[in-house]
Every structure is written in structure tokens, then in C-alpha cells.
Design a protein around this ligand. Sequence first.
Ligand code: ATP
Ligand code: MG
Ligand code: MG
Length: 352
Amino acid sequence: KSDLILSVNLVLVAPYQRYIVKEILGHGTFGQVAKCWSPEANSYVAVKIIKNQPAYYRQALVEISILRTLNQTYDPDDQHHIVRILDCFVHQRHLCISFEMLGSNLYELLKMNHHKGLALHVIREFSHQILHALVIMKDAGIIHCDLKPENILLCGSKEKPTAIKVIDFGSACKEGRTIYSYIQSRYYRSPEVLLGYPYNTAIDIWSVGCIVAELFLGLPLFPGASEFDLLKRMIDILGEQPPDDVLRESKSTSKYFKYVGSIHSLDFDESRKGCHSAYRLLSDEEYESREMKKPVIGKKYFGNLVTLEEIIRGYPYRRNISEKEMAEESVSRSALIDFIKGLIEFDPVKRW
Ligand code: ATP
Ligand code: MG
Ligand code: MG
């Protein structure tokens, strides 16, 4: 069960190729990713070395099968901005997957930019390319389940990126085989997953909405410190709560909401005039007594800006853009707001 100790110049041996480790690119729960040189192919590749444990091994087999289908059947000409899988092999009981070598991820790019956000024309291009990937994923009935800036990589150099690609299908699943309920990284988690409502490829669209807003703001739109905090941020920013249809059918509704009577009885209840939902969000105190835990509340990043409109229009921390870009922005911010709103719609059926 030991982990492979990766070091520079270690050679990973595959049936028809050797991979010489040059640099460690990242590590996580799954294992490690190394930048390797392949003398036979005369090129660099990224090799993901999976931990020697059955659960990770099985999930990695799913990742391989999903990526092969997407690459070969749905995107043979490499035009849909999804990473190419090259090879897989077992080295000393570790499943290894090699991918084309890509550059920095979008989180690193935002950080390099001191979290001031990217220029609108760049955001537009990146959004377009992410949607190109999602189009074939929808055709293939594949849900990524972990879209976030760390899983979108630049192609080309950091100084002169030419495009982006979606990576990390390590949490992906097929529609209709949605067996896991604890998926998506919290900031990018959709209301369906949060509430325990049946989900489909629309959960990825929610994540894209969060990513696009973050590319503009430089900071996550919903930095939920807990799931309750996440839900409260969604409700504040969207200015509404999830529709009753969704709340009625969700497994975890009672964790966050109090049922306050059927919609039809509302007319007779003076105290609830003007309220159109049969569910009311719990107060912090009610949540604490019901869930037996303190509601963890995160920092507010946007000051007194509350709704999506206010945040996108009024967010002042975009200092590194030129005057020309600033002028373009003032006309384009409404379009950006409309776009993000279509993606972070509570109702998965109405969501673009
Ligand atoms: P997570 O922990 O987010 O689920 P993961 O552990 O499943 O991620 P990946 O996201 O596939 O693993 O890879 C981890 C990191 O390694 C990436 O965020 C990226 O920085 C780097 N990386 C992965 N694939 C490549 C690649 N093809 N080219 C360059 N770097 C890569
Ligand atoms: Mg990842
Ligand atoms: Mg992963």
C-alpha cells in the first residue's frame, strides 16, 4: 500500500515507452502528477500516478474510460477544449495515466494577477471554450462533477496562452449513474447537490457560472465556509430561494428550511402575506439547535454589495486593466450579468 516516492530522474516504465520524471506538478488525494520526458515520443507529458488503493484504482479506470470516449468518439479532431489522454500503464502496482502537457491552471493565473480579475475579452474567450467542452459532454451524457479554476488549464506559455482545456475527469460520471451525493468542490457546488435533489449535466453549468464570475472578480462568488453558509450566499446574491418544487423533492431540505405550510393556505395567514413559499430558511439559532452544530459563517468579500448586479457593476478591485478595456467593460457588464444569471439559475430546468 506504500506510495511511490517520486523523485527527479525516476523512470516510469510502460510497455512501449519510458517516462523520466522531471518535475512534480501537483499532488492530491488521488496521488501525484509529474512532468515527464518521453525519449521514445520525443516530448513532455503529464503523468498522473494513482495511489495504490482499490478505491482510487477503480475511480481512475472510470476517468480513463470517460476521457477515451470523449477524445475518440466525440472530439476526434481535438477541437473541444478537453485534455487528451495518451496512455495508461501500471508501474510497480500504481496505475499511471499520461496526458498531453498543459500549462498553469486558472486559479494560479488569477493568483498571479493578484486576484484582480481578467479582462473581459479574455473571460469571453475562456467561457466560449469551456462551453465547447460542455457541449460534447452533454451529448455523451457525462457530468464532470468537479469544474473549478484548478481544473481548467492554459495551453501554451503563461505569458502567451493560446487556449484553455478542461482536465480532471477523476470525479466524472455518466448521467443516470449518479451514485454519489457528496460531489463538486464546495464553492462551485450546485443547489441540487447541496439540497440532495436528482442531478444531471446542469450541475456543471452552475459551476461554469461560478467560474465566469470568479474570472471577472478575481475571487470566488460563493466562498461558502460551510454548506449552510453557501446556501445563504446563493440566496443573498440571487435575491430569491430555490423554487418550492425543488425544495419539496430534495432529501436535505429540512436541514436548512422550516416547512411553514402549503402555498394554498398562505392567503389565510395574515402574518405571511406576500410570501410565496411554503419553506422558510432557518435562522442561525434554529440551524444550530436542529443540526446540533454552530453555523460556520465565512467572510463577506463584497462589502455592502449584495446582489449579482451590485457585485458585478460595483466591484471596485479591477485596477490592472487599461482605459480601453474599462470603457468596453461599462457597456459589457450588463451582458456579463445576463450571462452569469442564466448559468446560476436555481431551477436546473430553467438553467441555460
Ligand atoms: P482534485 O484534487 O482537484 O480532484 P486531482 O487530484 O484529481 O485533482 P488533477 O486535477 O488531474 O488531479 O491534477 C492535479 C493538478 O496537477 C492540476 O490542478 C494541475 O495543476 C496539474 N496537472 C494535471 N494534469 C496536467 C496536465 N495535463 N498538464 C499540466 N499540469 C497538469
Ligand atoms: Mg483536480
Ligand atoms: Mg480530481
